[in-house]
Design a binder for this molecule. Sequence first.
Ligand SMILES: C[S@@+](CC[C@H](N)C(=O)[O-])C[C@H]1O[C@@H](n2cnc3c(N)ncnc32)[C@H](O)[C@@H]1O
Length: 218
Amino acid sequence: MKQEINLLAALPQTKRNVTARATAKSPENVAAARQFGRAYFDGSRDTGYGGYRYDGRWVPVAKDIVRHFGLKAGDRVLDVGCAKGFLVKDLMAVCPGLEVFGLDVSDYALKHCEPEVVGRLHLGSAVSLPFPDGSFAAVLSINTLHNLERPELITALREIQRLSGGRAYVQVDSYTDEEGRKLFEDWVLTAKFHDYPDVWRGVFAEAGYTGDYYWTYV
Ligand SMILES: C[S@@+](CC[C@H](N)C(=O)[O-])C[C@H]1O[C@@H](n2cnc3c(N)ncnc32)[C@H](O)[C@@H]1O
């Protein structure tokens, strides 16, 4: 497949208060966010989401993903970095019979997942996906892989490629100019690797990742 396509176009744009985040940014808050625990998901905006709650915003995105990959009942889909399973839940709702699973490094998120996805979410890291080669009709990873250092990021992309054969979608943090980079650096808490789209394309190529991708801009 390999195309640059924004499968999150239907997601409502959130207004980010970059100034407030930049003011509060400290090594302590960064460290707290990187635990991916309560402080990150359901603590204050200074350490993460400031409340990561289901509100149905992923439903239109789930429809677009099903259409894009031509998914149908019986197909298996994996969401790497699934957090509380919002997208897992919505993919199953918009495509009855689709077998959707998630994986996340956060024990907290899995223990606070949506009731509909209990038993479908695996605790683990994107660098080692505990599933056979080619076992998914599509693998998704949204706003997650930039939380790895470059070598681990390459490993994670290879894992996604191994499971999906390139029927995949990856979205990561990026920017298009120096002003955007500065804004991003003021905002970011958890990302360990981020760069311009061209550099990302080089990373995808190095990993042999042939799936689809797009960027999150602050
Ligand atoms: C910005 S959140 C995105 C969550 C969800 N995909 C979304 O778009 O709403 C990043 C997620 O990546 C997870 N994460 C961070 N490092 C990870 C890793 N090495 N393997 C898997 N998940 C990881 C975090 O726990 C968190 O749930």
